[in-house]
Design a protein around this ligand. Structure first.
Ligand SMILES: [Zn+2]
Length: 288
């Protein structure tokens, strides 16, 4: 878990050993090496951004942060696990909002929901140590975006957010690592190693997302993070497939396909997923 949140040391939040996302006992070691900052400023990305003013629900101070102009972006495609890919800009980089004054951070959709009790916990566990080292750049690099989302995840863990909220933040982190790999130049120093490391982190976050959504599926209400039960079931199925848990993946697919609830879009995707699972199992058998 501490490794999952590596990179937050520069924010004064380095002592995360023993921290577990879903509050289970687990010992973990601390990783000290800070990822290198990268100046991946793309001029055209700024066309899709604007500064939005927020009032922090924890410290009540106001600040501005970069947001996507929703009307300007065009969806290009959707990954099998429902990751949206937009033309010219990876909108996912801008989904975590960070208060530069106190270190409170959350995904946009959860940002305003802070109880008095949560605010107190965040002040004590995060604000007390938080040092704002985020650069005020016109666009966010992947390293920057990942750090913002990790801080959001740390906030989720500290305030004991719902499993679905933590799982959703983990899923976004997995997607950010995938986006990072896709945008990494082949001329990057130590390219193959870097890709391998990022892929391993993507898988770690997918595993955590899978664990959280599975737990939330039976204990929480729908809609969950804006998704109905069939959509979440499908998504768990595809994440299971990516993790090589084919039996579980097939179970989720049949849950979607046998449901009487209407959601044709997801049912069609579930049929594709069923074919993909079969194909992957067949190719595994052939390689043995
Ligand atoms: Zn604040």
């Amino acid at each position: 878990m501490a490794d999952l949140l590596s990179g937050l040391e520069s924010l004064g939040l380095g002592d995360l050993s023993g921290l577990d996302i879903y509050n289970k006992k687990e010992s973990a070691s601390k990783k000290d090496d800070e990822p290198k900052k990268e100046a991946t400023v793309k001029i055209e990305e700024t066309d899709f951004l604007f500064d939005k003013k927020f009032e922090c629900p924890v410290c009540n101070k106001s600040f501005k942060t970069k947001m996507i102009r929703a009307g300007k972006v065009r969806l290009e495609k959707i990954d099998t696990d429902l990751r949206p890919i937009y033309e010219n800009v990876d909108t996912l980089k801008y989904d975590a909002i960070v208060c530069p004054h106190c270190g409170y951070a959350a995904l946009n959709r959860f940002f305003s929901y802070v109880t008095h009790k949560h605010a107190k916990i965040i002040k004590e566990s995060i604000s007390a140590n938080f040092v704002n080292t985020f650069d005020d750049l016109p666009t966010y690099s992947y390293e920057d975006a990942i750090k913002r989302h990790k801080l959001a995840l740390l906030n989720d863990v500290m305030k004991r957010a719902k499993d679905s909220e933590k799982a959703y933040t983990c899923l976004k982190l997995a997607w950010l690592h995938r986006g990072y790999i896709e945008h990494l130049s082949a001329e990057t120093e130590d390219f193959a190693n870097k890709v391998r490391g990022l892929k391993a982190e993507e898988i770690s976050f997918l595993e955590k997302a899978y664990e959280g959504f599975k737990a939330a599926f039976t204990t929480e209400e729908f809609p969950m993070c804006g998704m109905d039960d069939l959509t979440v079931a499908y998504m768990i199925g595809d994440i299971a497939r990516q993790l090589g848990k084919y039996e579980e993946a097939a179970k989720q697919v049949s849950l979607v396909l046998t449901s009487r609830k209407p959601n044709d879009r997801i049912k069609e995707k579930a049929r594709d997923l069923r074919d993909m699972i079969k194909e992957e199992i067949r190719s595994l058998g052939g390689s043995r």
